[in-house]
Design a binder for this molecule. Structure first.
Ligand code: PHE
Length: 339
């Protein structure tokens, strides 16, 4: 049997090079190399050849198979390149990409992050407590008697089970002292809730940064030095602090903290930023009673505490005119403070 391998090679070559897409190319592959393809069928005829013709026939058939396989691969690569080029031709790589919508930090979170960083440098550890509190942690342990106005239904959100939305973060002071021994130094940021008449500067939910330092011989000077440092780090070295005598049931003496700084808009205006004072020994007594030990012996231990309003701070620092904007989650507002 004589086979014209050269003619077959030319035929395959021309079929491959005229295949203009992947489907046509595959049809060519099936035609020559498929189960019933020309080359496969020829291979099956080897056995019927006289023995001396087999090696040469086999060699030529193999050479043909390799040539066709290679031609198909080449053509495939060419068609792929052509497809890519067509796709890229429609693509303008100079167009701006799609910017992913990853969100940004809320202005309150930004202030909080900065505040926490500053306190960490002073050695304060981060503490947390629940927003739904017991009266004990929110009031009783903090020396706040049953007839204190803060405990009034008019001022506080109570649940039916006697629990309440904490009216301040000072409840975390109690929780920390119940579980830890002095000396200790913590900050506790978080939301607090009051039944306030809601307007541009009052919201039923606001945020505080609580601080508590307990050690031997803690003084008002320590308290002032700490808050001075804190506000100067936060607002610049030009920040000035003023401590106004005040009353809180759980500190004695107590102060309100006023701050003025050029970063706060009007350089001349004092802004009230929160409350502070020296931990009242009655609080230590209540803690000891709750723990059933004398870990916070008021004869040995003293401390200071502060609570700073974060919403107010965010409002003045970012120039946000209405406290309600902080909770409204309007993207048009939030985007202005994206970092
Ligand atoms: N808890 C007080 C308030 O919410 C602030 C405060 C905290 C005062 C710690 C003294 C010490 O007004």
């Amino acid at each position: 049997m004589s086979v014209d391998f050269e003619a077959l090679a030319v035929e395959a070559e021309s079929a491959v090079s005229t295949a203009s897409d992947f489907a046509q190319l595959d049809a060519v592959r099936v035609r020559f190399l498929g189960k019933k393809g020309t080359i496969t069928t020829l291979a099956e005829t080897i056995r019927s050849l006289p023995t001396e013709e087999r090696p040469l026939f086999g060699q030529r058939l193999n050479a043909l198979r390799q040539a066709v396989t290679a031609a198909i691969e080449n053509r495939k690569a060419f068609l792929e390149a052509e497809t890519d080029a067509a796709a890229f031709a429609a693509l303008d790589v100079s167009l701006p990409g799609n910017i992913p919508n990853v969100g940004t930090l809320h202005p309150l979170t930004q202030i909080l992050d900065r505040a926490v960083c500053i306190c960490r440098r002073l050695g304060f550890a981060l503490a947390t407590g629940p927003c739904v509190e017991t009266e004990f942690h929110c009031f009783d342990a903090l020396n706040t008697p049953a007839d204190h106005p803060a405990r009034n239904e008019q001022d506080t959100f109570y649940f039916h089970n006697g629990r309440l939305l904490r009216t301040h973060t000072s409840s975390v002071q109690v929780r920390v002292m119940e579980k830890n021994n002095p000396p200790l130094r913590i900050i506790a940021p978080g939301p607090a809730f009051r039944r306030d008449e809601i307007d541009a500067t009052h919201s039923a939910q606001f945020h505080q940064l609580e601080g508590l330092y307990v050690n031997r011989k803690v003084s008002v000077a320590d308290l002032k030095g700490t808050l001075d440092f804190f506000f100067r780090e936060l607002l610049g070295t030009g920040a000035e602090l003023r401590f106004r005598p005040h009353f809180f049931p759980f500190t004695e003496p107590s102060f309100e903290i006023d701050v003025r700084a050029s970063g706060l808009g009007d350089r001349e205006r004092w802004l009230e930023m929160g409350g502070c004072g020296m931990v009242d020994p009655a609080v230590f007594d209540a803690i000891n009673k709750s723990r059933s030990d004398q870990a916070f012996d008021p004869e040995e231990w003293s401390g200071f505490a502060f609570g700073i309003g974060l919403d107010r701070l965010a409002m003045v620092l970012f120039g946000i005119p209405d406290i309600r904007f902080l909770a409204a989650n309007d993207l048009r507002m939030l985007r202005q403070f994206a970092v």
